[in-house]
Design a protein around this ligand. Structure first.
Ligand code: G16
Length: 463
């Protein structure tokens, strides 16, 4: 059976492919990758887990195995957000991190994200080496000198966030917020830092439920109904949410409107350019709204487009090329932060912009649309059935002159296939690297047109 690292890490169904045996195979392969040039006993490895089923047991197995190979292993205590693990890797000078999480996937999944010494999700050339090491099955010799330490990752990470967010203004404003961590790892992090700053925070779903209420812990609009009701009835400043491993965000404005990740990324690009006076570039994935391009143009920022996967944006953060990098799947990070998406940081930035500008996100969007024009973007998923899988490769390789009635102006194959049309609208189709789905994304100036494009995409794929 092959173990493959997708868009971010290896994900599999518990007791199907995600077994003790396979955890050991992956851990062995990571140790082998790390010890190729350097013995384990000169290296630190961070190991953590999210709030999923048996996360502590799975992470302990990996931690003990790596300690046996000579690594100094820091085992994070309690469910730990992915960005927090990035911080630990960087601040402890570790060679990498093994994070037991399946992020936003449904509850039956578990997974392992491997991050490199810079705290970034491992790039494809590295995960390919690890996959090869899994296949070869050659194990690393046992080594003396390894150790296993329990590590509290929270305090230093939260302290680090304090240096990146304008907490003076947030504390003075004494805003009222509701936070839904969706039973995930953000609990005890985002609520804590806000409460310690004098804010009022009502939390919901802040206990451990390994079934995540029977759904995926993904802070999309349909998941945040309860949060929306609380924000509206209690007239709160903002509703905030994070996903299972705390790297994605979800935002509800003060009137109960769900602010899409595309919208927040555009607002924050504009806000950071204005408030920090930062001037270099901004990055978005190929699936993310071109509203970002318009803000970039107005603010004179260089625009970078990447394939889907935060690892590609992380590289630009490392090189200090961008002030913000974001993905429509609700991930972002900023200049000077880690090359990993951080949902906790994103929620704090949303609070900061609302507080500093004294304007709701809806009001800020209105202003942005007035300046650069409005764009409507959307996404649907088509299940990757055997039938769809059989023709997918050919479909994505085709070069149609038109899609529906629209003339295709340009075809971009950076990730899947993206059709760009003369009026600036576009449609993208690509297989997901985290779940068995084909994603179709579209954007246009009108909502109806965008929805038509999504349907045309579905037809194109299925007919
Ligand atoms: C992961 C990656 C993201 C990517 C998202 C969706 O998010 O880290 O960079 O945008 O998957 O990828 P795909 O469309 O291939 O499923 P997470 O939060 O699940 O780790």
């Amino acid at each position: 059976m092959s173990i493959r690292f997708g868009t971010s890490g290896w994900r599999a169904v518990i007791a199907d492919q995600f077994t003790f045996e396979n955890i050991e195979r992956v851990t062995e392969a990571v140790c082998r990758y790390l010890t190729t040039d350097k013995p384990g006993n000169e290296q630190t490895l961070v190991v953590g887990h999210d709030s999923r089923f048996m996360g502590e047991r799975f992470s302990s197995i990996a931690a003990e195995l790596a300690a046996g190979k000579g690594f100094r292993v820091l085992l994070c205590q309690g469910p730990t957000p992915t960005p927090t693990i990035s911080h630990v890797i960087r601040s402890q000078g570790a060679s990498g991190g093994l994070n037991f999480t399946a992020s936003h996937n449904p509850p039956e999944y578990q997974g392992i994200k491997f991050s490199t010494a810079d705290g970034a999700p491992a790039l494809p050339e590295i995960t390919r080496e690890i996959e090869e090491a899994i296949v070869s099955g050659v194990s690393v010799d046992k080594s003396k000198g390894g150790s296993l330490e329990a590590f509290d990752p929270g305090p230093a990470y939260l302290e680090d966030l304090r240096s990146k967010i304008n907490f003076d203004v947030i504390s003075k404003a004494k805003g009222r917020y509701a936070y839904d961590p969706l039973w995930g790892t953000g609990r005890g992090y985002l609520d804590k830092i806000l409460r310690n700053s004098g804010c009022e925070v009502e939390t919901l779903h802040d206990w451990r439920d390994v079934t995540f209420g029977g759904r995926s812990p993904e802070p999309g609009e349909s998941q945040l109904e309860e949060l929306r009701e609380i924000v509206k009835t209690k007239k709160l400043t903002l509703g905030i949410s994070t996903d299972g491993d705390g790297d994605r965000f979800g935002i509800i404005d003060n009137d109960g409107t769900f602010i899409t990740p595309n919208q927040l990324i555009a607002i924050l690009t504009d806000y950071l350019a204005e408030s920090r006076g930062w001037t270099n570039g901004v990055a978005r994935s190929v699936a993310t709204s071109h509203l970002v391009d318009r803000v970039a143009k107005e603010r004179n920022l260089k625009l970078y487009e990447t394939p889907v996967g935060f690892k590609f944006i992380g590289e630009l953060i490392n090189k200090d090329e961008i002030i913000l990098g974001g993905e429509e799947s609700a991930g972002l990070s900023i200049r000077g932060h880690y090359p990993e998406k951080d949902g906790i940081l994103a929620c704090l930035l949303a609070i900061e912009t609302v507080t500093v500008r004294q304007a709701s996100l809806g009001e800020q969007l209105k202003d942005l649309y007035r300046r650069v024009g409005k764009l409507e973007s959307g996404r649907i998923g088509v299940k990757l059935t055997d039938e769809v899988a059989a023709t997918l490769k050919e479909k994505l390789a085709e070069e149609p002159g038109t899609i529906g009635q629209r003339k295709v102006e340009k075809i971009d194959r950076m990730d899947g296939v993206k059709f760009l049309f003369a009026d600036g609208s576009w449609m993208l189709m690509r297989p997901s690297g985290t779940e068995p789905m084909v994603r179709i994304y579209a954007e246009s100036e009108s909502k109806q047109d965008m929805e038509e494009l999504l349907e045309e995409g579905r037809r194109y794929l299925l007919e």
